[in-house]
Design a protein around this ligand. Structure first.
Ligand SMILES: Nc1ncnc2c1ncn2[C@@H]1O[C@H](COP(=O)(O)OP(=O)(O)OP(=O)(O)O)[C@@H](O)[C@H]1O
Ligand SMILES: [Mg+2]
Length: 365
């Protein structure tokens, strides 16, 4: 599907608005601990932020506080210069798209989309113009007279997105909007969303636990762990330099290998048989991505199992101390053992206790 709209919906939407989150806290009634202990972040105007994290880490809670569907415990949220944390959802100038697109079953697509405009008493001619414009953008023009039951899942989700953007919000919030779609539609809708964002330019916050969505959609990814930001950076930075073992193990498919290593007298012995200098002695987690491991030289390791994925295969190896190492390799068979070596510039290092990246301790030669 291609988007055919020639101009952004409005000038206001085009600029989006900065979102400032300051000292945000949330504890649900009856709970022992905070879901969000103390979160501060600045989302730039027009930026597409993806919030990524495991189930239960507080993604929806954070989004709902931005939308006004959940009260904040403490802290402030500003959209531009406006403090919004005490405002009702409808007064915040944001719109939200949910996983379960709750469309009105008895209304046509057109009525579903212009519902909020009718509530806001927008004149009919303008309503019709906006419906036509948004429908064109989302390729729904031919479906305007249908009811939701006569649409596919992907079409319904597009109507839900249309309903959200028709109000020309400055802030667009998405809570796993693609997770009910099948793989093909998910891919398509993801690409459409990326283009749509570029057209309308609203500041967008998109919650997911799908790392492909995060990598492909985001200007910056906010990785949440137990309501705390582990890293908030462009996807390529997060891939190249994860700030912690949590991030390293969360992003990448298969994720980064993490191996316990010890540095003694300034040197660290690595599982591939090589050594590398280290500025501090003690225990560390060594990180290396499966796709960065070199095959054919280095220590020999036993093949545990192999997953054939068509374009490449993922091979699990057993290290000399019984650990597991995943490598990616060209498709095709392998023997019982493989030689592997670790290029020094592909190595990551994390403090064994805090899990934080300490790559500056490595002395590469
Ligand atoms: N209304 C509520 N009352 C009490 N606890 C809640 C409520 N809503 C969420 N929680 C709890 O707060 C934590 C965070 O929930 P939240 O829905 O924000 O997670 P999430 O990151 O969106 O997870 P998922 O990926 O599964 O959607 C969870 O432990 C959840 O059980
Ligand atoms: Mg959620």
């Amino acid at each position: 599907m291609t988007l055919t709209l020639e101009r952004p919906v409005t000038a206001a939407a085009r600029t989006g608005t900065d979102i400032h989150i300051e000292g945000l806290e949330k504890t649900y009634a009856g709970a022992q601990a905070s879901v969000i202990p103390n979160l501060t972040a600045h989302l730039r105007a027009g930026e597409f932020t993806v919030i990524l994290g495991p189930s239960g880490c507080g993604k929806s809670t954070l989004l709902n506080m931005l939308a006004g569907l959940e009260a904040v415990g403490a802290g402030r949220i500003r959209f531009g210069a406006r403090e919004v944390q005490a405002l009702a959802p409808r007064d915040r100038g944001c719109a939200m798209v949910f996983q379960n697109y709750a469309l009105y079953p008895h209304m046509t697509v057109a009525r579903n989309m212009d519902y909020s405009l009718r509530i806001a008493k927008v004149p009919r001619a303008e309503r019709e113009a906006r419906v036509a414009e948004v429908a064109r953008m989302l390729e729904l023009s031919a479906l305007l007279d249908r009811r939701p039951s006569q649409l596919s899942g992907g079409q319904r989700q597009r109507v839900a997105i249309g309903r959200a953007i028709i109000r020309e919000p400055q802030v667009l919030l998405f809570d796993e909007p693609l997770s009910n779609l099948d793989a093909r539609l998910r891919n398509e809708t993801r690409m459409e969303l990326a283009q749509l964002h570029r057209r309308i330019g609203a500041t967008s916050v998109f919650v997911t636990h799908d790392q492909v969505e995060a990598m492909t959609l985001a200007d910056r990814v906010m990785i949440l762990n137990k309501g705390r930001i582990e890293q908030f950076a462009p996807p390529s930075d997060i891939y190249a330099a994860p700030a912690s073992t949590f991030v390293a193990g969360f992003l990448g498919s298969p994720p980064m290998n993490l191996l316990a290593v010890e540095s003694r007298n300034g040197r660290m012995a690595l599982p591939d048989g090589s050594t590398i200098g280290c500025r501090r002695d003690g225990m560390f987690q060594l990180g290396i991505r499966p796709e960065h491991i070199r095959l054919g030289t280095g220590a020999e390791m036993r093949v545990q199992f192999r997953e054939e994925l068509g374009s490449h295969s993922v091979i699990a190896l057993t290290t000399s101390d019984g650990g597991r190492l995943r490598v990616t390799a060209p498709p095709g068979g392998v023997g019982d053992a493989l030689r592997v070596s670790f290029p020094q510039d592909a190595l990551h290092l994390f403090d064994a206790e805090t899990g934080l990246a300490v790559r500056e301790l490595l002395i590469r030669t």
